[in-house]
Structures are given as C-alpha cells and as structure tokens.
Design a protein around this ligand. Sequence first.
Ligand code: IFM
Length: 444
Amino acid sequence: MPEDFVFGSATSAYQIEGAAALDGKGESIWDRFTRKPGAIADGSNGDMACDHYHLYPRDIALMKEMGLSAYRFSLSWPRLLPEGSGRVNAAGADFYHRLIDALLKAGIEPFLTLYHWDLPQRLQDKGGWYNRDTAMRFADYAAEAAQLFGDRVKKWTTLNEPWTFCWWGHATGEDAPGLKDGVKGGVISSHHALLAHGLAVPLIRSEARGAEVGITLDVNVTEPATDRAEDIEAARRFDGAQNRWYLDAIFRGAYPEDMLDLYNPRLLPDIRPGDLAAISAPIDFLGINNYRRSVIRAGAELAPLSYERVSPEGSDYSALGWEIWPQAIEDILVHVHETYRPARIYVTENGMATAPEVPDARGRIEDVERVSYYVGYLEKVASAARRGVPVKGYFAWTLMDNFEWALGYTAPFGLVHVDFKTQERRLKWSGEVYGRIAREAVER
Ligand code: IFM
C-alpha cells in the first residue's frame, strides 16, 4: 500500500455505545424502533451494546495492540443535542472529548462521522427526513460538533450510507423509523439527506480549520444477471437509485435524467432552486462502503425500480447471504475514480458477518473465513491503488461484534469477539492478521 495509507477499524454510536438513556442522552429513532415487537430478529436493542460509553479505554487499547493508525466512529446526535437542536448536553460532549483525546494520545487518528442513522426522535416526531427542516437542523448540529471537536478532529464525514438509511428506513421499513412508503419514501428522504450533507460541508470547514470533509456512500458495481434487455434495464434502474442518484448529485450537481424521468412527477421530491448547488459543495474525500456486488434482474421489488437481486450460483456467501466477491471492491473503486474523480477515496467499511462465534478449548476464535475475506479484499484494494485510484485508507467493519441493526446480535462482524454477558473482549484470529497487515503492508 502507498506510503500515506491508513489502516483503521470502524464502528457507529448506536451499535456500540450503550448508555442509551444515561447522562442526559435524548431518545433516537433506533431507541424507539427496537421497542417495536418483531422489528429486531432476536428482540434485542442497543441499550447496553458493547458498553463502549464506559469501556472505550479498553477498546482503544485493543486498536493500539493491533497497530491501527485510524478509527472511524460516529457521534450520537441525540447524545450531543437531546432535542435534535438547541441545547448541548454537556455530559455527551464530555464523552466525545474524552474519546478523542484518548485516541490522539494512543496515536490513532479520529475519523468522525456525524450521522450513522440514530436521528433524534424529537426530529422524527416533526417528520424526520421527510421534513426539509431536518436538513437545516443537521447543518446546525454539524457546525456545533465542528466547533466542539474541530481543533482535534481533521477528518469529518457528514452521512453514512444515505441509500441504506433512506431506503430501508422509509421505503421498505426494515430499519428505523420503519416506514414502508415505497420509492417515494426513499427518494424524498434521500433528497433531504443530501441537502443536509451539502449545507453542512462549508460549515464544518469554517469551524474546523484545516479539516477534510467528505461523505460515505454504499456504492456497488451493478451487473445485469443476463443479457436480456429487461434485466439490463432493471440493473440500470437499480444503479440509478443506489449509486448514480447520490454520486451524480454530489459530483455533478444534477440528478440523473433517466431517474428523474422514471420518478416524474408522482415520486419526485420537492427540489428547490439552489438545492443541487448546495449538495454539490466540493468535498475533500469520498468514503466508500463496499461488501459485495449487485447482480440484478427484472422483478417485483419497489416498483417502478422493479428489480430483484440475484445470488449467482457457484459463489461463496457470508452468513448474511452476501456474495464474497473481492473483485467487487476493485471494480467499484476504479469505476468511481474514472467516472467522478474524487480527490481522495477511503474505503470506510468492508468486512464479513459469520454465524455467532464461541471461543474454542484454547480460548481462541479462529475465524478462517473472515481472514481470507480480508486478505482477498485487501489485495484488490492494493490492485486499485496500483491502477491509479487515489485510495488513501481502509477501515475494517468492524472493530468488535456489535448490534447489527434489524439482525440484533445474530450477525457478528468484529475483529474482536464480545461476550455480551460479561463484556469481555477477545481478539479474533482476523484481528491478529489484520493488525499484522496494518503494521507491515505500508511501504515506509
Ligand atoms: O453494520 C452495518 C453498518 O452500520 C453500515 N454498513 C453496513 C454494516 C454491516 O451491515
């Protein structure tokens, strides 16, 4: 990997912090959603999660032991601003001050994400991402956070995966806030989320001097399952909804014409003059989260997107049924670089879920499949770098087993095993190997 390449791990606030109602934290949409019967596979929630709120020094020690040079985490918006705007919760700010200071002391660079899905419930009560005003409230929150932490945090990400939180939260309802409003829900919430991003970028820059600002998108190379015209068209629509809608808006200041035609007029959001200029505010880096490729054929999902995801025969799959296809990460990196030319790219998430794991008789977790997943994908990231993609870092998803949203605690992704009864942490074999790669794979 190039000289300045960073190896890190990533987490998000709701998935690890716990302390859901402690020290003045406000309620988030995930606190509310997890109370809904049947919403979460194992009936669990993030009330305690990894108790990172109290155990963060131990978690930083583990990162240091692995030799990681960066850590990507998110702020809990309602921990900082319990009502979503206005009053700052001093205890919440204090937690993040301590976390950031401890990271810097350990020589680990903080990469801060402002929004990883835990919207303050008070804003949801006013319409959440359907309400244009949420974009303004996000911009205020971003400015406040940049004022508080911008002296020490120099890498800022506005949103994590707008495709996922907008579509699975508002179109299909499997994530919070659980709305099943179909394509219209996905498109309206996406427009307001992108506006929130665009309004926040200049504010973060002016409050956090010298900071680099970006956004993380979950983009996938999309391939038609066959060469039948209807499958090729379905793959184009899916690519338009998941990838081009966000990338074109951010890098070209326009939504893709074919998608505007598809949504027009019934499913279009209220796009006002100046919105796309704000959304396309220049960014310093693009974060890419990638796990698999999307193989698509015509089908019944989310009309008029009307697609179906196909699991190609003969491939290996993770415990979530996601295809293990390392070439996907090289392909998406090269594609985004060639098409949109972001100044820098970070792989802000990549990793693999297994079935729940238990230590063997020697107390070890030899997660061979995860080791080979990381080795395979990292080889392809290196190959993209050799092909000229300005990829500057890689963050394994995830530091430790945690609350995997609607799947609860049934789908561990961690480099570190967590015993959720005792909160004991144990480095897995993948953590050892990833640490070795982090220490040795950079030309210095
Ligand atoms: O756990 C999630 C994360 O919060 C966002 N990206 C995908 C991960 C695995 O599903």
